[in-house]
Ligand binder design. Structure first.
Ligand code: BGC
Length: 380
């Protein structure tokens, strides 16, 4: 027969009370699922919430692999949602500018909506003037992904999608897998892999719109940004890179030392005018393969800091210049011009037509692998 001594039962009671007390202070890390809405044809779409024990929470839907919300504490420990978006699926089904979405098959623009690969010309839908933007009329952001919850060391969500041969004009069946994981250092990590059965091009990214003061809380002009890039890719009037890699030195694009986003955003500069602000790809300074720091953004009011690390060669810095207050987002808030910034880690826009840029070609037998980390903290 087993029995507890008085001392050991007291210790046991204390241990149980201690554990319960700890659980009340610290949320359990894990993943939960609930309904998010229905597609027109009746299919149910889910919302998955990843939680860590530091009070960070990230909600992701399998429609478009969209990051719906990211709750992170400010310097006083008060959580705030730092990404623009909608409260339910309906908002994302209407016309909206890719809030939080997974972008594919090709992130950003392909000039004249066409490219040549192995001597064959591929025609894509032109959905941005003469160019093709973010994978065409119905890119990966408007597809239903297959989700699998992973309860491992960190809560994670695996999303898979098969882009069919010829879909939106691209060659090859592309099997894409994206794993979102939330780590204990308040980082949302995104691991992308893909394989194909025919030569193709691809450029996968995530299109979150960040506002470190909290979504719907005004503009981001007073956020301070550092971008680890000596060069950027200047664009023409349709936002297609000219092919030049231009030094940022003595231009409004020099963010090697932290500067407020708003200081030079309306500078008398042709590049700024083409983008109506910042909407440019930066050539990241990298030291070898692996994750390296691409950018750091600080909001001095809330104290929130976002660091972006990536394996990718480029970063699209977009300051929400085309937001115009016409969209009603979460809690019916309106999102005005420059009320968010995007840091889209990527290969350079129009690479399929620019042989001098790092290649975006994927061949059968190869595996595409890229990773990006959005890490949050708070400064005192
Ligand atoms: C593009 C912008 C575009 C935005 C939303 C960004 O990646 O560079 O020009 O307006 O996405 O589509």
């Amino acid at each position: 027969m087993t029995y507890l001594t008085c001392t050991s039962s007291i210790l046991l009671v204390l241990a149980v009370v201690g554990a319960a007390g700890g659980a009340a202070d610290k949320p359990n890390s894990g993943i939960t699922r609930k309904g998010f809405g229905k597609m027109a044809e009746g299919r149910t779409i889910e919302l998955y919430t990843l939680t860590n024990s530091q009070g960070m929470r990230v909600a992701i839907t399998n429609y478009g692999g969209i990051v719906v919300s990211i709750l992170v504490p400010d310097r006083n420990g008060k959580p705030g949602d730092v990404v623009l978006g909608f409260d339910n699926l309906e908002g994302y089904l209407a016309k909206e500018p890719y809030f939080g979405a997974l972008i594919g098959r090709y992130g950003n623009r392909i000039g004249n909506a066409s490219f040549k690969l192995d001597g064959i010309e591929y025609k894509l839908p032109a959905n941005d003037g003469p160019n093709s933007l973010h994978g065409g009329l119905r890119g990966f952001d408007k597809r239903v992904w297959t989700a699998r919850e992973i309860q491992g060391e960190h809560p994670a969500l695996e999303l898979t999608y098969l882009g069919k041969d010829g879909e939106e004009g691209y060659p090859g069946n592309l099997s894409a897998k994206v794993v979102y994981s939330l780590t204990e250092d308040n980082a949302l990590r995104i691991d992308y892999t893909a394989t194909t059965d025919k030569d193709t091009v691809l450029n996968l990214t995530n299109h979150s719109y960040f506002n470190l003061a909290g979504e719907g809380n005004g503009d981001i002009l007073k956020h301070e940004i550092m971008i680890n890039a000596d060069r950027f890719t200047p664009i023409d009037s349709t936002l297609i890179p000219t092919g030049e890699l231009r030094k940022v030195e003595n231009t409004p694009f020099d963010f090697r030392k932290p500067a407020l986003i708003g200081t030079r955003i309306d500078a008398d500069d042709e590049q700024i005018k083409f983008g109506k602000g910042y909407d440019h790809n930066f050539v990241l300074n990298r030291s070898g393969a692996g994750l390296s720091l691409a950018a750091r953004v600080t909001d001095s009011e809330s104290g929130r800091v976002l660091e972006v690390l990536t394996t990718q060669p480029g970063l699209q810095f977009y300051t929400g210049n085309f937001l115009d207050g016409s969209i009603r987002g979460k809690g019916a808030k309106t999102y005005g011009c420059r009320s968010a910034f995007c840091l889209e880690t990527q290969h350079f826009p129009d690479s399929p037509n620019k042989p001098s840029f790092p290649s975006t070609v994927l061949k059968p037998g190869e595996t595409y692998r890229e990773s990006t980390v959005f890490r949050f903290s708070a400064s005192k």
